[in-house]
Each structure stands twice: as structure tokens, then as C-alpha cells.
Write a protein that binds this ligand. Structure first.
Ligand code: IPM
Ligand code: MN
Length: 362
């Protein structure tokens, strides 16, 4: 597996690109533009391999994501995804068939989601600024309620029971928690890692998580540890976002709290995420979805996708390039955009991409 991939930081990368549905292709186009610009400025090259998976292809051919494509993905250095989800396709088919299939098959066991308020961006939280909102959620990405385990009993009768099981393996939880400790150490901000769970009610899953958390913590005496229930964390995201440095949690809670996180950082227009397999092929995506009502209008904000490209550079080992992209994003948010919302930026999607690419200077 992965024998075709090249070493990190080597300067030549083969990137699989899945623009996907809705506004996905528009934002991915701008991300690729920025990658091209920063590649020229700092001296690395990307070969882009385009894949048309998503709603349109499914409606045309009935094919969601063939195994042959997954085999090809294993030969790449990274995947760059726009958005998955189509109004004419029943919910679940594409999400499970493309997005979750890639996460699971490539064993991308961490979903890393930074919550960072860029200068110039408005947060709905009164009195808070960029110095208060800057933390990272490490979401477990292959287990929990997302494993798909469960069953119906007496389906379509008045006595119907639907069971949805959360599967948490020691190994799966441990590798995610270990990643979070390592990440927290490397981030070197406050060196504070908080476990986000629900030990007071979900007494099997969170018992295991808590035991693993404190066991792994023994190896990281330099990292301060803490625990909070997920509902309390939601409250504090809004009341005291400055309390957080790195948070680790399971798949379902991570899904929910990172949408809340996206809102406090200014909205889906800027929120990016990385699906990481540290030993394999990772996938980088804006977390906002396909926003079909804005598709094809050139009004959607591409910064989330550009920020996902920046995370990709970081993970490929192109730290200098990643820093340049982050600086260029900061310049655009602080000096240019009126708002991050689609249609209210004061610029088109293309113009925002052009500005970021134009601000890449060495
Ligand atoms: C996300 C999305 C996905 C998830 C959906 C589209 C399956 O909401 O990336 O957060 O639930 O993980
Ligand atoms: Mn989500």
C-alpha cells in the first residue's frame, strides 16, 4: 500500500482532486489557483489528477465510487475535496458512498478542524477577537456512531425499534488520542488538551475513552489535561472560547461541535478540515458542504477551500508555502472582504482567489 507515494517535503506531489457537487468545483478551482501560485513562488510542483465523483456522475451512471478509484487514491500524496451532496440524490448515498467511504477505506482516523478567527472577520460572539478564538478540534474519524452498526427490529410496525451503536475500540481511540497529544505538543500554544465526552451518561464508550486518555497522558507530562462534557463545551465555545487550546473527541460529538466552532470563527466560508492518516493518504476539504443554491453563481467564499489547501501543504511538509498562504488569507480577511458570507463579500469567488494568489510573495 502507498508504495507510489513520495516523501514529505520532496517538492513534487501527486494530488487527487475531487471537486464534487454544488459550489465544490468553484471553490476547488480557487484552491488550485493558490497552490499553483505558491508552488511557483517557493519551488514545488503539483500534478493534479481530477476525479468527477459526486451527484452528477451518480445520476448519470449510477456509480458512486468504484474500488478501482480507491486503489488509485492509495498511490497519491493527498486528496483535495470540494463538497459532496446533491439535492436530487437521497441523503446518505453520496455522503456514505463517497466521503465516509474515503475516510474509512484510507483509514483517515483523525479529522483535524482548526477554529481560528482571522483578523477582520466578524464573530457572532460579542467582545471576542482573534486572540480569543484560536483552538483545534481533533475528531476521531473512523469509529463511534459513524461505524454504521445497528439494526431495526419489527420495522414498520408500531413496535419498531431502531438501534444505532457507537463502536469504540481501544486501538482506534488510542491512536486518535495519541495524535491529539502529539499535535498539542507540536502546536506549542498552551499545551492544554481537553477530552470532550459524556461520561455521566454514556458509561461504556466514555469510560473507555477516559481510561485511554489518562493512560496516554502519562507519556506526555508536559501537556496539561482536562475533561469536560460535550454539552458544557458547547456552552463554553460561546461564552469563553479563549479557554481552549486542543480538544479531542469522538466522531459524532466532533461533527457537532465543529459546526458550532465554524460559526464562532465567522461561518462556513472559512472553516477547513483535514482527514488524516499520518501513515497514509490524507484528504483536505472545506467543511461547509455543497451549498446548491449558490452553485454556478461565482458568489461563494473560497477561503475555506484555500485554507484546506494550506493544511494540505502543511501536512506535505511544505511549511514555508503553508505560512505564505495563511498570511495571504489574513491579508484578504483583514483588508478586503466586507463579509465572509456568499454574495456579501464585496467580491466574486474568482476575485477572492485572485487576491489570495496575488498576495503570495516570498
Ligand atoms: C462533516 C460532514 C459529514 C460528517 C457528512 C456530510 C457525512 O457533516 O464532514 O462534518 O458528518 O462527517
Ligand atoms: Mn459535519
Amino acid at each position: 500500500m502507498n508504495e507510489g507515494r513520495r516523501a514529505k517535503g520532496e517538492g513534487r506531489y501527486k494530488i487527487g482532486v475531487i471537486p464534487g457537487d454544488g459550489t465544490g468545483p468553484e471553490v476547488v478551482r480557487e484552491g488550485l489557483k493558490v497552490l499553483q501560485a505558491v508552488g511557483e513562488a517557493t519551488g514545488f510542483e503539483c500534478e493534479f489528477v481530477h476525479y468527477d465523483f459526486g451527484g452528477e456522475r451518480y445520476l448519470r451512471t449510477g456509480e458512486v465510487l468504484p474500488d478501482s478509484a480507491l486503489d488509485e487514491f492509495k498511490q497519491l500524496d493527498a486528496l483535495y475535496l470540494g463538497a459532496i451532496g446533491h439535492p436530487d440524490v437521497r441523503p446518505g448515498i453520496l455522503e456514505r458512498g463517497v466521503l465516509l467511504k474515503i475516510r474509512f477505506t484510507l483509514d483517515q482516523y483523525v479529522n483535524l478542524r482548526p477554529v481560528k478567527l482571522y483578523p477582520g472577520v466578524e464573530t457572532p460572539i460579542k467582545g471576542k477577537g482573534p486572540e480569543d478564538i484560536d483552538f483545534v478540534v481533533v475528531r476521531e474519524n473512523t469509529e463511534g456512531l459513524y461505524s454504521g452498526a445497528g439494526r431495526f427490529e419489527k420495522k414498520n410496525t408500531p413496535d419498531e425499534v431502531a438501534v444505532q451503536e457507537s463502536i469504540n475500540t481501544w486501538k482506534g481511540v488510542e491512536r486518535c488520542i495519541r495524535f491529539a497529544f502529539e499535535y498539542c505538543r507540536e502546536r506549542n500554544k498552551e499545551k492544554k488538551l481537553m477530552l470532550c465526552g459524556k461520561t455521566n451518561v454514556l458509561t461504556y464508550a466514555w469510560d473507555l475513552w477516559e481510561r485511554v486518555f489518562y493512560r496516554v497522558a502519562e507519556k506526555y507530562p508536559d501537556i496539561k489535561t482536562d475533561y469536560a462534557h460535550v454539552d458544557a463545551i458547547c456552552m463554553w465555545f460561546v461564552k469563553n472560547p479563549e479557554w481552549f487550546d486542543v480538544i479531542v473527541t469522538d466522531n459524532m460529538f466532533g461533527d457537532i461541535i465543529t459546526d458550532l466552532g465554524a460559526m464562532i470563527q465567522g461561518g462556513m466560508g472559512i472553516a477547513a478540515g483535514a482527514n488524516i492518516n499520518p501513515e497514509g493518504v490524507s484528504m483536505f476539504e472545506p467543511i461547509g458542504g455543497s451549498a446548491p443554491k449558490y452553485a454556478g453563481k461565482n458568489v461563494i467564499n473560497p477561503l475555506a477551500a484555500i485554507s484546506a489547501a494550506q493544511m494540505m501543504l502543511d501536512f506535505l511538509g511544505e511549511k514555508g508555502a503553508a505560512d505564505l498562504v495563511e498570511k495571504a488569507i489574513t491579508k484578504v480577511t483583514s483588508e478586503k472582504l466586507k463579509s465572509l458570507s456568499a454574495g456579501q463579500m464585496g467580491y466574486t469567488t474568482t476575485e477572492v482567489g485572485d487576491m489570495v494568489a496575488g498576495y503570495i510573495v516570498t
